[in-house]
Design a binder for this molecule. Structure first.
Ligand code: BGC
Length: 823
């Protein structure tokens, strides 16, 4: 898509800015045709090509037609972020980043829209498969490693979505109310770590507002924190259609409006320049930043690397192996590949779910399913499909046949998990349960007396049914295109499971740390404050299915000889890990710090360092983990800064947050005497993690809780799904959905193939996500197809101002024609 390369070197960027007209500057600050920045051929400024990641390169082939989004070039589908994090080895993220960087360069991609480092606030978030963890250290370490890998290949990254972007159902209109301390300790540190350590070229701001200000317009966030505190010197890109007020966003430090082509936004900049709300200096600063990005990406002619596709596929497989989590095993696993015939049940055996849906959807050249991998190994099995992933209800015939095949005492491998219709970007899950058809089938197999090994494919925690009766549970998460081979390698003992969970598995969504206010409303009260994930469950002693950091192995490990020393600003913990078994294996060792029991409310313990130790049979290894004393500081709301409290802390070396193996205490004396910055009411409400929204939350937040403005009428900010109660809303909803429903039906009617599956996934994502759009978000992301003035006019008509509405549309139309605009 490039129309030439930037001829001016960096030093000449200022000269270029001086040579540009205001209209050229405005064009440079927005995208065109969904995936490009504007070129300015007169000055030799090329266009940049941006594409989605984070689990491969999603380069769109054609930008029109029914299946525009799925018509993408082939690229390696790596395990998704949630999967990779379970490997507890950030090197895996770096290697994936490097491979994706090479594939990007080969395809002429300049900016990869990845990684996603949002914190998993709730297990129901449809996009959790695309995020690393509920813990900021894990998210930050993996995000930083990924960025280093991609950028080492000369490709820019875009760390997303800054910030507090925790649900999908309200993604376009939501407002996350987060107290200052939770923002600093939970929701921002992963971004900070990535920005300060890996220096990504761009950051993507989120759709949602934070405490009333949309991220795109949030100067405190995009300039105060991101640039002034963290030293970010790249470009802030909007999420697709996230712009709210273009004058505010330019002043906030948000440079690139994507996907762009919104005349309303251009007109806002022109007006802002005219009446002084935007200074020419501010505009030039934004333009300079974008030009620097263009210079970095396109200035040097990057040689096209040759991509070794098979090596990338092998990497995807190895990382899927390193990340899979063995949740339970009564000794049934590993199985003997050459043993007697196995009963294999479940459609995911032949139609493995290996990635999530939405903007991260990758079109891999091929996929190795478990069935392919069993066949390659010559495993003797009888296969029964058992259920259909796309059907909510059990299929009586398939179920009966599978149960009839099960025999008492015989091992049955059950391949299941979350289907594409249950988990995706664009909408949240309603429950953590496994689908009805799979539950019913599992029950039948167990009742028939089979020893059931459950192999799961899912991007998030689910309620494992009948867990106490299962022989083993191996969770592959979403393992990428070679996931079937990885599963077979683990099931048959060619490899030893070593993944551990980087998110807590609650017994149900009702006991999740944010359950009292998740997906209820446009306004999300992050009432649990710092008690997110294990920080909540550990302190509240919540019964869980599986705790953070948990995972089994075919071997076992012993920990000994902990020594903790404080050297200057650094705390070092040395200990020995021994593989006590006869199989090679790897152990994810975790260092938590038990906090000083002072008056300031804190989590019981927090992860401060981790490593993955790979050991031969019977091998011992000395391990040293370290962290900075400053990591123990909490964010003090009176000081608006980090405060280290004096007192006694304990280093806990653990196999999971619930399995502490060694501990040693140390005293901090370099800090301050502990004193709570909060009122007695807040201290009392947060001494323990709150199970409901405490009355003191508003005080903790420092602002009254706004009343929800969830309108039932069609306004610019109403979700179409909410506006259906009004006539105009219903009409708009029907218009928007009719097209995607038709495309969905066409995808469903295709013959069975990988291509059909990919299209079904994608169209289902759109069918579910579109109703959560508002008129504004549609106008902002439509690339000019729904002009903002038309959207605003529709809102006027819905508010019973038809004349004003029509006038507005006509005036805008005339202005656009005068400007020679696209829409
Ligand atoms: C997603 C982003 C993605 C962008 C472009 C948005 O809807 O939230 O993560 O990069 O679309 O596809």
């Amino acid at each position: 898509m490039r129309s030439g390369s930037l001829r001016a070197p960096l030093a000449a960027v200022e000269g270029l800015v001086a040579a540009m007209t205001v209209e050229e500057k405005i064009l440079l600050l927005e995208g065109v045709e969904s995936w490009n920045t504007n070129a300015i051929p007169r000055l030799g400024i090329p266009s940049l090509l941006v594409t989605d990641g984070p689990h491969g390169v999603r380069k769109v082939r054609s930008n029109s037609g029914a299946f525009a989004l799925t018509d993408t070039e082939h690229s390696t589908a790596f395990p998704t972020a949630a999967t990779v994090a379970n490997s507890w080895d950030p090197e895996n993220a770096r290697l994936i980043g490097r491979a994706i960087g090479r594939e990007s360069t080969e395809r002429g991609v300049d900016v990869l829209l990845a990684p996603g480092v949002n914190i998993k606030r709730n297990p129901l978030c449809g996009r959790n498969f695309e995020y690393y963890s509920e813990d900021p250290l894990v998210s930050g370490e993996f995000g930083a490693a990924f960025v280093s890998g991609v950028e080492s290949e000369g490709v820019a990254t875009s760390v997303k979505h800054l910030a507090a972007n925790s649900n999908e159902d309200f993604r376009f209109v939501g407002d996350s109310l987060v107290d200052e301390r939770a923002l600093r300790e939970i929701y921002l540190p992963a971004f900070e770590r990535v920005v300060t350590r890996a220096k990504p070229s761009t950051v993507m701001c989120a759709y949602n507002a934070i405490n009333g200000t949309f991220s795109s317009d949030n100067r405190a966030l995009l300039t105060g924190i991101l640039r002034e505190e963290w030293g970010f010197d790249g470009v802030v890109v909007t999420d697709w259609g996230a712009t709210h007020d273009r004058v505010a966003s330019i002043n906030a430090g948000c440079e690139l409006d994507m996907p762009g082509q919104v005349e309303h936004n251009r007109a806002q900049i022109r007006a802002g320049l005219l009446d002084g709300r935007i200074s020419h200096d501010t505009l030039d600063q934004a333009v300079t930043r974008v030009l620097r990005l263009v210079d970095r990406c396109a200035g040097a002619d990057r040689p096209k690397p040759s991509v070794d596709e098979e090596a990338h596929a092998a990497l995807a497989r190895d990382i899927a192996i390193d990340a899979a989590v063995l949740l339970a095993n009564d000794g049934t696993l590993p199985l003997d590949a050459s043993g007697s015939q196995l009963l294999v049940v479940g459609e995911m055996f032949e139609k493995m779910r290996f990635q999530g849906a939405g903007s991260s959807l990758i079109n891999p050249p091929n996929v190795v399913t478990p069935r392919d991998a069993f066949d390659d190994r010559g495993v003797s099995y009888r296969y029964e499909r058992g259920y259909r992933s796309l059907a909510a209800e059990p299929d009586a015939d398939l179920e009966r046949a599978a149960i009839r095949a099960a025999r008492r005492g015989e091992t049955a491998l059950f391949f299941g998990g979350l289907g594409d219709l249950e988990e995706s970007e664009g909408f949240d899950r309603q429950t953590m349960t496994l689908g009805r058809a799979q539950r019913s089938l599992l029950r039948g197999l167990l009742d028939a007396g089979a020893r059931v090994v459950l192999v799961l494919f899912a991007g998030a925690p689910l309620e494992v049914p009948f867990a106490g009766e299962l022989a083993a549970v191996l969770d592959m998460y979403l393992p990428g295109m070679r996931g079937g081979d990885a599963a077979a390698a683990l099931l048959f003992g060619e490899a030893n499971p070593s993944g551990k969970l980087t998110e807590s598995w609650t017994t149900s969504a009702d006991t999740a740390s944010s359950a009292a206010d998740y997906d209820r409303d446009r306004i999300s009260q992050y009432y649990e404050s710092i008690y997110v994930g294990y920080r909540f469950y550990d302190k509240a002693a919540t019964p869980l299915q599986y705790p953070f950091g948990y995972g089994l192995s075919y071997t076992s490990f012993a920990y000994s000889d902990l020594r903790v020393i404080v050297v200057g600003e650094r705390v070092e913990a040395s200990f020995t890990v021994r593989n006590t078994g006869d199989r090679a294996g790897a152990e994810a060792v975790q260092l938590y710090v038990r906090n000083n029991a002072g008056p300031v409310f804190k989590a019981e313990k927090e992860l401060r360092a981790f490593d993955k130790v790979r050991l031969a049979p019977r091998e011992s290894r000395a391990v040293t983990l370290h962290f900075a004393l400053g990591d123990l500081a909490y964010w003090d709301i009176r000081e608006h800064g980090w405060v280290l409290e004096n007192g006694e802390y304990a280093v806990l070396i653990a196999a999971s947050v619930a399995d502490v193996r060694l501990s040693a205490s140390f005293r901090v004396t370099q800090g301050r005497a502990p004193a709570s910055p909060y009122s007695a009411a807040v201290d009392a409400a947060y001494d323990m993690p709150p199970a409901a929204i405490p009355a003191a939350f508003a005080e903790l937040l420092g602002a009254p809780i706004p009343r929800s403005s969830r309108s039932r009428r069609l306004t610019l900010e109403t979700r179409l799904s909410d506006a259906r109660r009004s006539l105009t809303g219903r009409i708009m909803h029907a218009i928007v959905l009719s097209r995607v429903r038709k495309d969905y039906a066409a995808a469903l009617a295709m013959p069975d193939s990988l291509e059909r599956d990919t299209r079904v996934k994608n169209m289902h994502f759109l069918v579910r996500m579109m109703p959560f759009n508002s008129l504004r978000s549609m106008a902002m992301s439509s690339g000019g197809k729904l002009p903002y003035a038309v959207a605003a006019g529709l809102a006027d008509i819905a508010a019973f101002h038809p004349i004003r509405g029509v006038r507005r549309m006509l005036a805008a139309r005339a202005a656009e024609t005068a400007n020679g605009e696209d829409s």
